[in-house]
Design a protein around this ligand. Structure first.
Ligand code: F6R
Length: 369
């Protein structure tokens, strides 16, 4: 049932191109518009939405953090993202015009379920993004957009994450379409790029051997840091979470702009630091800033592991290890940038003799608060 792979996690990482394609299937029509008939919240209700609030836990929360960038950019609706376990305890401001999005692979996570119940009690509409048909979270929501990752068996979430991102992009684009905000060339171009993205994920998977070798060479390290900016920041958080779960290593993700506000004090000789570099096209200011961050940490001894777009030559002089990913629009970059981090964590776990599919102390679905 592992289809020739040693671990379910490896199989699920390899299934990502298909999972991404399946989640897009039937949702973009020939004319390039979105048809999300399953989202049973009417267009007129969606036009009234004045705030989006995303609630989720763990990896699904990281998908939500990325969704915020897409939703605010494409729809201009303010969007908050909150850990489901914190949400209802702070008496959040919600109303009939708030759209709450609950993201959950299992559909059974108690923290997320309690957050969505709280939102519905306040009169808000809840849209679930979920991978498990008929599970509790979609059953208790007003509408559901299913991700089509197929069953995810390994405790550490991989393919579900990529499909959560796809679903979030679809919701963001759909909101933009329904409301007519910024609906133009940029959005049409993104939809076109989304329909090719599964091939790009496949290309990343074909180039992972050096990432595995690098991971094995770091097996005796204690700490790995991850830096990113913009949507690369949640990707850094996700890379760190995967490493904690699987390799039982100390790992932290930071927004690169925060370095000088504290974390740079952690940099010491030969400390591995993974940096997710934004595209040099588009938001090139961010690109240039992160290149300076890489220079700063390298000058202090860090071993820099740089994830950068093909053709980005500016990073070459400062990268001790360079991991190439295909060029994508900035907002879609997490779909390709996360993959090497999953492979990295999985290989480190194996090298350290850990149980990849069943990390210690963790359960696949967390049904207690
Ligand atoms: C990380 C991981 C967890 C889950 C979290 C939410 O690899 O698996 O952080 O993402 O427990 O689970 P779901 O998505 O089922 O609500």
């Amino acid at each position: 049932e592992k289809g020739g792979y040693d671990y379910f996690m490896l199989k699920e990482i390899a299934e990502q191109p298909k999972a991404v394609a399946d989640t897009l299937l039937g949702r973009i029509d020939a004319a390039g518009s979105l048809t999300l008939d399953e989202v049973r919240i009417s267009a007129s209700e969606l036009r009234e939405v004045d705030k989006v609030v995303i609630v989720a836990c763990g990896t699904a929360f990281h998908a939500g953090l990325i969704a915020k960038y897409a939703i605010e950019h494409w729809t201009r609706i303010p969007c908050e993202v909150e850990l489901a376990s914190e949400f209802r305890y702070r008496d959040p401001i919600l109303g009939a015009r708030s759209l709450v999005i609950a993201i959950s692979q299992s559909g059974e996570t108690m923290d997320t379920l309690m957050a969505l119940r709280h939102a519905r009690e306040q009169g808000s509409k809840v849209l679930a993004i979920c991978n498990t048909n008929g599970s509790t979270i979609p059953r208790e929501s007003d509408a559901v957009l299913y991700t089509h990752a197929g069953p995810e068996v390994a405790v550490a979430s991989t393919k579900a994450f990529l499909t959560q991102l796809v679903a979030c992009y679809l919701v963001a684009l759909y909101l933009g379409q329904v409301r007519g905000t910024k609906w133009g060339d940029e959005i049409s171009a993104v939809i076109r790029d989304l329909s090719h993205i599964s091939g790009e994920v496949e290309r990343v998977l074909e180039t992972m051997e050096p990432v595995r070798a690098l991971a094995r060479s770091l097996a005796s390290k204690d700490t790995v840091l991850f830096l990113g900016r913009h949507v690369g920041y949640p990707v850094a958080l996700e890379g760190a979470l995967k490493l904690k779960e699987l390799a039982y290593m100390h790992a932290e993700g930071f927004a690169a702009g925060e370095l000088k506000h504290g974390p740079i004090a952690l940099i010491e000789e030969d400390l591995p630091v993974v940096v997710v570099v934004p595209s040099p096209r588009g938001r090139s200011v961010l690109h240039d800033k992160i290149v300076s961050n890489i220079q700063e940490i390298r000058a202090r001894g860090a071993r820099t592991i740089v994830i950068a777009e093909e053709g980005d030559e500016a990073v070459v002089p400062y990268a001790d290890h360079l991991i190439r990913i295909p060029a994508t629009p900035t907002l879609l970059q997490p779909l390709v940038a996360t993959v090497p981090l999953q492979v990295f964590a999985c290989e480190l776990a194996t090298a350290r003799g850990n149980e990849v599919d069943q990390p210690r102390n963790l359960a696949k679905s967390v049904t207690v608060e």
